[in-house]
Design a protein around this ligand. Structure first.
Ligand code: KDG
Length: 310
């Protein structure tokens, strides 16, 4: 059995490591893949559902997941499509992504090709806005996965991960609203919500989410200001760990994966969010989405030192 089964698109990452020399470090990304690897590093039993190309990058991903202990029985290999790719460029305003992903193997997922038997055996199904934005057939696949999760009693986790280059804001808002109603856990970022609602106030944003019909736990991510947990009755703010970030790529995914992992290991929401805040901060200390994802020992150590004020 599994703690977390995630569904989405893995992307090979080419990360600019220096502004002057045009050098790129190859790594791995894709929000839901990052999340499931982060969760596995915290000790959760994980599986990933996707399609990769029958190419060198697809093979590298399969090796990566296996080496991270992520089950790949739900990964299909497509002979006629490629594994997607993105570049990360760093500037004064943070990082920016450029994608080469149209027509990728993952975007060709359909409900009919969705592997059966994994979602039903998991505590959580984790999906994101990106999983639904990459194509209409992938979006249908997410809805099919959610139906299966509901029928099996598997909880549904949704990260907003809004990418406005992938879909128009009106469609993103409508689909995310529908999905957040189905979610037992919704993980929006304040940035994403600002694009969807036009307001930048956390309390009003949480009200908007509740008014949209979200009935589960909502954890609103405020970046370096931490997060607010809204369990439907009370709202609790949890502070973030201040670090000198090098590259924030994948920090939100690390947050999602670590939070889910800690919930599966029995933490309260507040403890799990506190843990995930620290894990996400540590993940920004190196370049790339996957490489700097911390392991449980590192997060525990940092939590201990933070509690002791060192
Ligand atoms: O959160 C990091 C991801 O955005 C990155 O790994 C690439 O999945 C990606 C995307 O579609 O932006």
């Amino acid at each position: 059995d599994f703690d977390i089964v995630a569904l989405g698109e893995p992307l090979v990452e080419l990360n600019q490591t220096s502004k002057d020399q045009q050098q790129y470090l190859q790594g791995f990304g894709g929000d839901t893949s990052n999340a499931v690897i982060a969760a596995a590093r915290q000790g959760a039993r994980c599986a990933y559902l996707t399609r990769v190309g029958n190419d060198a990058f697809g093979a590298q991903f399969l090796d990566l997941w296996k080496s991270e202990g992520v089950d790949t029985s739900g990964v299909q290999v497509d002979d006629d499509a490629h594994t997607g790719l993105y570049f990360v460029q760093h500037g004064p305003d943070g990082h920016a992504f450029s994608y080469l992903r149209r027509g990728s193997a993952a975007s060709l997922m359909t409900p009919a090709t969705l592997h059966s038997g994994l979602i039903e055996r998991a505590k959580f199904l984790h999906v994101s806005g990106i999983s639904m934005a990459i194509s209409t057939s992938a979006c249908d696949t997410v809805f099919a996965a959610i139906d299966r999760a509901r029928a099996a009693g598997t909880q549904i986790s949704l990260d907003s991960n809004l990418r406005l280059r992938l879909w128009p804001v009106d469609r993103a808002r409508a689909i995310l609203r529908e999905t957040m109603r189905a979610a037992d856990l919704f993980l929006p970022s304040m940035d994403d919500m600002q694009h969807l609602t036009g307001n930048d106030d956390p309390e009003r944003t949480l009200d908007w989410i509740r008014d949209s019909g979200a009935g589960g736990v909502v954890v609103l991510k405020l970046g370096k200001d931490g997060s607010i947990i809204d369990d439907g009755r009370t709202r609790v703010a949890v502070g973030a760990l201040r670090v000198d970030a090098v590259d924030a790529t994948g920090a939100g995914d690390c947050f999602a994966g670590s939070l889910l992992a800690r919930r599966c290991l029995g933490d309260s929401w507040e403890d799990a969010v506190r843990y995930a805040n620290v894990a996400a901060a540590l993940s920004t200390l190196g370049y790339g989405a996957v490489d700097p994802l911390p392991r449980a020992e590192q997060v525990q150590e940092r939590l201990k030192n933070t509690a002791a004020g060192t």
